[in-house]
Write a protein that binds this ligand. Structure first.
Ligand code: HEM
Length: 495
C-alpha cells in the first residue's frame, strides 16, 4: 500500500470511527442511550416493543432521555405533566418538514415545497372542511352510504346465524362507505365497480406502510410500487371528474391541485390517495377494536345498545329493521356511553408517536425549574401510549371498562398524575399543530357504524379462540391492527 494511501486512511479512520460512534452527551443534555451498534443504535429493541422499551428506560434514566435510533437522536418526554410545555413550544420545534418528507415518500407525491407556492397553506386551510358546520353534510352522507353498503351486502331477511371475520367485516363496510362519502359516486350507479380489487390492493399497501414510513426504498418491498401505482391511478383527475356527490373537502382539494401546472396528474392522484389512507388507516382498526371489545363484553354491549335505543326513542325516531335508520349529529352527540367505549378502545389500541424536530440548538423548557439542551435536527417525541397504560392514571390499565370516561352520567375528564390533573390524558389523535383534522368525523362515523350493527344485528364471538392481540408493527404510527382476525357470528335481530 502506498504511503500516501496509508496517510489518507490514517487520517480518515479516526473520523470514520467518530462518525460511527456518534455523539457524546454534553452538559445540560438529557441522558444519552446509544446501544452498541453504530448508527442503528437502539432501533431494533425500540422497533420490537416500543412501549416496553420506553418503560424500562424511563425506570433507569428518568422522565427525559435521548436515544439513538437509526441515525437519529430522539429525546423522549415521558412525564405527561410536561406535555403542555412541549406542545406549546412551537417556534423551535417543527412538525411539517418531517411529516411532509415521510408522507411524500410513502404516498408517492413530490414533497410540498416552495416549488408549489402556497400549496402547503391551502392544504392546511382545507382541513377546516372536515370540521365545524362542514361536519354535518359529511356525517349525513356517511350515514346514507353506510346504510347502502350494509343493507345490500349484509342485511337479508333470513334470521339465521352467519359467521364472518370481524376485521374483514368492518373493513368491507367502512372501505366502501368512506370511499363514497369522500370521493362520491360513479356516473349512473350508486356503487363503484371494482371496489373489492381496490380494497385488496389497499390492504396490501397498508401492510407495507410502516416500512415506507421507516423510509425503506419502495423497490426493496416486492410488488408494493406496482400496487401503489394501481391505487393512485384510480384517482386520476379525468376519472374523478366523472364522479358526483363527492365531499366538499375533496372537491376543494381537486380544484386546488388543478391550479398547479407543476403537479402532474399522477401527483394530484397520489395526494387524493393519501387522503384515502388518512381516512381509513386508523378508523378501520379503531372500529374493529371497539366492536371486538363490545362483543366480548356482552353487558357493556347491552348498556350501549340501550343508550342508543333510548336516544332514538326520546327523539321520536321509530326504529324498524325494514327501514334505514338515520342518526343525525345531534343524536350522535348524546351517545355518551358509546363515546366512552370508543375512547376506552382507543386508549388500549392506539400508539401514535407525536414528533417534532428541533430547528436550532436550544434549551427546551420542561417546567418551571427544569430545561434540557437539545441540538438542531434532534427529534423530540411524545409517546402517549405510556400515559394510556399508566396504572397511576388508569386503574387496571389493561382491562376494558366501557364506562371509564363517564362519571355521574357525564363525560369524565379528570385524570391525575402525582395528584395533579392532567391536560392530556388520552391522545389517539396527536397534539398541537399536527392534531388530526378528521378527529370529529372519525368519532361520528365510528358511532354510526356501531349504531347500525347494534340496532340491526345480534353479535357473538365464536368459541375456542384466544384473545385478540395487537400487531406491534404499527406501534408509533397510530391505531394498531389485530395480530390475527377474530371469528364471530351475527344474525338479524328479531323485531
Ligand atoms: C380513529 C381514527 C383516526 C385516528 C386515531 C387518527 C389519528 C391521526 C393522527 C395521530 C394524526 C397526526 C399524525 C402526526 O402527528 O404525525 C392524524 C393526521 C391526519 N388525519 Fe387522522 N386519524 C383518524 C381518522 C381520520 C379521518 C377519518 C380523517 C379524514 C377524513 C383523517 C385525516 C387526517 C389528516 C388529513 C391528517 C394529516 C394532517 C396534517 O397533515 O396536518 N384522520 N390522524
Amino acid at each position: 500500500m502506498s504511503p500516501l494511501l496509508l496517510l489518507v486512511l490514517g487520517l480518515l479512520l479516526p473520523l470514520l470511527l467518530l462518525v460511527l460512534r456518534g455523539r457524546t452527551r454534553r452538559e445540560d443534555e438529557p441522558p444519552l442511550i446509544k446501544g452498541w451498534i453504530p448508527f442503528i443504535g437502539k432501533a431494533l429493541e425500540f422497533g420490537k416493543d416500543a412501549h416496553k422499551f420506553l418503560k424500562e428506560h424511563k425506570r433507569k434514566f428518568g422522565d427525559v432521555f435521548t436515544v439513538q435510533i437509526a441515525g437519529k437522536y430522539m429525546t423522549f418526554i415521558m412525564d405527561p405533566l410536561l406535555y403542555p410545555n412541549i406542545i406549546k413550544q412551537g417556534r423551535q420545534l417543527d412538525f411539517d418538514e418531517f411529516s411532509n418528507r415521510v408522507a411524500s415518500f410513502a404516498f408517492g407525491y413530490p414533497p410540498v415545497t416552495s416549488k408549489f407556492p402556497g400549496l402547503k397553506e391551502q392544504i392546511t386551510r382545507g382541513f377546516i372542511l372536515l370540521q365545524g358546520d362542514n361536519l354535518t353534510p359529511l356525517t349525513e352522507s356517511m350515514m346514507g352510504n353506510l346504510m347502502l353498503v350494509f343493507r345490500q351486502d349484509y342485511l337479508d331477511q333470513e334470521s339465521s346465524w352467519k359467521t364472518a371475520y370481524m376485521h374483514k367485516f368492518c373493513n368491507s363496510i367502512m372501505f366502501e362507505a368512506t370511499f363514497l362519502t369522500m370521493y362520491g359516486k360513479p356516473p349512473s350507479a350508486s356503487r363503484h365497480s371494482g371496489m373489492s380489487v381496490l380494497e385488496t390492493d389497499f390492504i396490501k399497501f397498508d401492510k407495507m406502510f410502516p416500512l415506507l414510513v421507516a423510509q425503506i426504498p419502495i423497490w426493496l418491498l416486492g410488488r408494493t410500487r406496482a400496487i401503489r401505482e394501481r391505487l393512485i391511478n384510480y384517482f386520476l383527475p379525468h376519472q374523478m371528474s366523472c364522479w358526483s356527490h363527492s365531499s366538499e373537502f375533496i372537491r376543494t382539494r381537486f380544484e386546488m391541485f388543478e391550479q398547479y401546472d407543476t403537479l402532474r396528474d399522477f401527483d394530484k392522484a397520489a395526494h387524493h390517495f393519501a387522503i384515502l389512507w388518512a381516512s381509513l388507516g386508523n378508523t378501520v382498526p379503531a372500529i374493529f377494536w371497539v366492536t371486538y371489545y363490545l362483543v366480548s363484553h356482552p353487558e357493556a354491549l347491552q348498556f350501549v345498545r340501550q343508550e342508543l335505543e333510548d336516544v332514538l326513542r326520546l327523539s321520536g325516531v321509530e326504529f324498524s329493521r325494514d327501514k334505514d335508520v338515520t342518526l343525525t349529529p345531534a343524536h350522535l352527540e348524546k351517545l355518551l356511553y358509546m363515546e366512552s367505549a370508543i375512547e376506552e378502545s382507543l386508549r388500549l389500541c392506539s400508539a401514535s408517536m407525536n414528533i417534532r424536530v428541533a430547528q436550532e440548538d436550544f434549551s427546551l423548557r420542561l417546567d418551571a425549574e427544569r430545561s434540557a439542551a437539545v441540538r438542531k435536527g434532534d427529534i423530540i417525541a411524545l409517546y402517549p401510549q405510556a400515559i394510556h397504560l399508566d396504572p397511576e392514571i388508569y386503574e387496571d390499565p389493561q382491562t376494558f371498562r366501557f364506562d371509564r370516561y363517564m362519571q355521574n352520567g357525564q363525560k369524565k375528564t379528570n385524570f391525575y398524575k402525582r395528584g395533579q390533573k392532567l391536560k392530556h390524558y388520552l391522545m389517539p389523535f396527536g397534539s398541537g399543530a399536527s392534531k388530526c383534522p378528521g378527529r370529529f368525523f372519525a368519532i361520528n362515523e365510528i358511532k354510526q357504524f356501531l349504531s347500525v350493527i347494534l340496532l340491526y344485528l345480534d353479535l357473538e364471538l365464536e368459541e375456542g379462540q384466544s384473545k385478540a392481540t395487537l400487531d406491534l408493527s404499527r406501534a408509533g404510527l397510530g391505531v394498531m391492527l389485530p395480530a390475527e382476525d377474530v371469528r364471530f357470528r351475527y344474525r338479524l335481530r328479531p323485531v
